[in-house]
Ligand binder design. Structure first.
Ligand SMILES: Cc1ncc(COP(=O)(O)O)c(C=O)c1O
Length: 420
């Protein structure tokens, strides 16, 4: 994995040049597009600071990146900044997720939810178009720790789904149960499987065992497609565990989604969807006839500025910078885990991830609430509370939290000695 660091000034020049290669609503002949620059009363385009604010400048110019630019044709008015999006996709697909150059499609979506829906939509249509599948012959499988967006996806796409149980402590999928489930589903006439696997679950940061799952699928001789939900983990796990198998070198991985607006600290609206070349044709909307290159995406119009922001962040750090940055988060997570263990507080943690999920029995709710830990459920009694070690979770905050946990342990010990 390698891409270089670019200084901010160079990135700024790249972005301004890219905007020059777009058609600008300010000084080009644009009369047919149902769009314009942002309202100048609110967003003046001549403010002095904009000379040093390429993202805000792009935001005000308001290029629409509608459609798919990895395809042979797309709307020509915003070609300049589309090229930056293409370069962002290249870095993610080829450098981070090991795709063969130009052997993938993708776009910058609104976020992980849209990416998950785009993937399942494509596979449903693939099974229908290519294998003549009926809706009720298709099933979507995902673990009980999978993000709730999958429930929306199956509801909207009218697909049946089954949850795969996980072990309470290890958060690993129960393969014996899955084995039985596959036999039952096949006996019930299910022929086509869509599986969403996690490179980092939302609550635990746990990583699904793709090798064991695909091995099991092959032993059942079933048709399957695999989407990797790396919305949270995609910008940390490949850096902290470079030998992982969640990438396009693995023939079982068909698509991957990763959110810029989580680990990369990009603005909301930067979900990156990547899929092996060709599969996305199954959702080409021919009726989008007024759009050059038609449309393969779920969302339609989308902000070019978001793609630019993510492209700038990724190039400002370079591969080495991001690796160092993620390593710092791992060092902090390791320290939290070591300290919690010394305090006899039980937790789940994947060693390559920055999520530490504490058993609720071992930590008082008032401390969790004081430090805004997130529970697995807001209604009823939570079983778990999670810490996500993001950039702003600094050593001072960690120390304060651990001191509070230690103090509470001491008070409890004092109580049990006094009454015990
Ligand atoms: C694993 C995972 N997938 C999908 C999503 C949904 O992402 P978004 O909120 O960007 O739609 C999240 C959000 O937390 C997530 O953690």
């Amino acid at each position: 994995m390698f891409w270089p660091v670019y200084p901010f000034d160079e990135l700024k020049t790249f972005v301004f040049n890219a905007l020059e290669h777009n058609a600008s609503y300010y000084d080009h002949n644009i009369m047919g597009l149902p769009a314009t620059y942002l309202d100048p009363k609110m967003f003046p385009a001549d403010a002095d600071f904009l000379e040093n604010a390429p993202f805000i400048k792009s935001f005000i110019e308001n290029p629409n990146h509608i459609g798919l630019h990895t395809y042979e044709k797309s709307i020509s008015s915003f070609q300049g900044t589309q090229k930056l999006e293409l370069d962002l996709l290249r870095i993610c697909a080829e450098e981070i997720f090991k795709a063969v150059p130009n052997n993938y499609d993708g776009y910058v979506a609104s976020g992980g939810t849209e990416c998950n829906m785009q993937a399942v939509w494509i596979y449903r249509e693939y099974y229908k178009n290519v294998l003549d599948a009926k809706n009720d012959e298709i099933i979507v499988l995902f673990s009980e720790d999978t993000h709730y967006s999958l429930f929306k996806v199956c509801n909207i796409l009218q697909l049946n789904f089954k949850l795969l149980n996980v072990d309470f402590n290890s958060r690993e999928i129960d393969f014996e149960k899955l084995d039985n489930l596959l036999s039952e589903l096949k006996a019930d006439g299910v022929k086509y499987f869509i599986t969403v696997l996690n490179m980092g679950t939302t609550m635990f940061g746990s990583i699904d065992d793709i090798d064991s799952i695909t091995h099991l699928y092959k032993s059942h001789n079933i048709q399957f497609k695999i989407h990797v939900d790396a919305a949270f983990g995609g910008f940390i796990y490949p850096f902290t565990n470079p030998n992982n198998v969640f990438n396009f070198e693995n023939p079982n991985v068909d698509s991957i989604s990763v959110d810029g607006h989580k680990m990369l600290q990009a603005p909301y609206g930067t979900g990156i969807f990547l899929i092996r070349k060709g599969l996305i044709d199954n959702v080409l909307t021919e009726e989008a006839s007024y759009i050059e290159g038609l449309d393969h995406t779920l969302c339609g119009s989308r902000s070019g500025a978001n793609a630019i922001a993510t492209w700038m962040i990724i190039n400002m750090h370079g591969s080495k910078g991001l690796m160092d940055h993620m390593e710092q988060l791992i060092i902090k997570s390791d320290f939290i885990c070591k300290s919690l263990s010394e305090l006899d507080v039980r937790f789940f943690r994947n060693e390559f991830m920055n999520i530490v999920t504490i058993l609720s029995e071992d930590i008082p709710r008032r401390i969790c609430e004081k430090y805004t830990l997130v529970p697995d459920m807001h209604k009823g009694q939570p079983k778990w509370w999670k810490i996500v070690v993001m950039e702003h979770v600094n050593w001072q905050l960690i120390d304060k939290f651990l001191l509070d946990v230690a103090q509470c342990n001491k008070d409890n010990l004092g109580m049990s000695l006094a009454y015990g």
